[in-house]
Unconditional design. Structure first.
Length: 304
DNA sequence: TCGCCTGCCACTTTTGAAGCGA
DNA sequence: ATCGCTTCAAAAGTGGCAGGCG
């Protein structure tokens, strides 16, 4: 089993896919884009790997068009079915923790981004079917801007407030099991819980770089590859789940999102009852238990 | 003044090494 | 020598808060 982190240890867990995109915006100097080339890499292996990706359909380099957006996060009734860009017939993907994502999406999902990198919660966790059990595949995840707007929390909802910052160079997280056989991927759900988001444009760790206060859509890509360095790629399928859309922030804006994160994320247990901030949140969380509350997923209630 | 970002804090979970016995 | 299990400390991951910056 090959692991990208073993082959390219300096990459960390994620890195750009392909050479830097031409940057037309003068506010993003070429020198900064060049910084993402990772000069420490074994360039022979990397070129081999990336040339294969580049030889595949251009769906990875150029994001597919997105459907019309809902008016604002937290107001849409129910997200449409996941959309896929396919050259892998018969392959389908389903979002494992869809109910949790829907709970967050009904409020307006926010993801914290930090200089050091912050994990996504909820994480993208998918089940795949229809793969050739013997063939090898790569699982990738990236995050793309949804629109050209910057957002601002207006006390009760997110609203556009001006033009988006210039788009940053795309980075892609490669699942550490890649490449693995179809049988491996279909054996159990594939989790991207180690993906980290950062707002540091000079991030050296390979985290996915985002602008704060912008709306993003995660995408999952499946690439068939006979070998890690194969020039012959058997196809690509790209999936996205509208309920995983989120707004990146450096501090939570919507208090209901904070409550949901504390209730659902095991690492935030310290902020529940008996935690150091229990005085602040305990009364509210208690109300969530005793009153049917649409903002608290069933799996969270069971933990109290 | 305001909105946003950063570093630190206390807390919990996860991870991996060490020790032990079968 | 190997394997499986348990224990424990270190590392990593949380949101809150105060203060800084533009």
């Amino acid at each position: 089993m090959y692991h990208p982190r073993e082959l390219y240890p300096s990459l960390g867990t994620g890195y750009r896919l392909g050479p830097p995109q031409p940057v037309s915006d003068s506010s993003f100097p070429p020198a900064l884009a060049e910084g993402y080339r990772y000069p420490d890499l074994d360039t022979t292996k990397l070129d081999c790997f990336l040339s294969g990706i580049e030889a595949a359909p251009r769906t990875l380099a150029a994001p597919p068009p997105l459907p019309p957006l809902p008016p604002a996060l937290g107001t849409e009734p129910s997200p449409p079915a996941p959309e896929a860009l396919h050259s892998l017939p018969g392959v389908s993907l389903s979002l494992e923790n869809q109910e949790l994502w829907k709970e967050f999406n009904s409020v307006g999902t926010e993801m914290i981004i930090t200089k050091a990198g912050r994990r996504m919660f909820p994480a993208c966790r998918v089940s795949v079917s229809g793969l050739d059990p013997e063939a090898r595949y790569l699982f990738l995840l990236d995050v793309v801007p949804v629109d050209g707007a910057r957002y601002r929390w207006q006390g009760r909802r997110w609203e556009p407030s001006g033009k988006a910052e210039p788009r940053l160079p795309d980075r892609v997280y490669i699942h550490p099991d890649s490449p693995a056989t179809g049988a491996h991927w279909m054996r159990q759900p594939v989790s991207f819980h180690r993906v980290k988001l950062t707002n540091s444009t000079l991030d050296p760790h390979g985290h996915l770089i985002l602008h704060s206060m912008h709306k993003y859509q995660p995408r999952v890509h499946l690439v068939r590859a006979a070998q890690l360095c194969s020039q012959h790629w058997g196809g690509v399928a790209s999936f996205r789940f509208p309920e995983t859309m989120f707004i990146s922030v450096t501090a939570y804006q919507n208090p209901r999102i904070t409550q949901l994160k504390i209730a659902a994320n095991p690492f935030a247990k310290g902020f529940r009852e008996n935690g150091r901030n229990c005085k602040r949140w305990a009364p509210f969380i208690h109300s969530l238990i005793h009153v049917t509350n649409p903002y608290l997923p069933p799996m969270c209630q069971a933990q109290f």
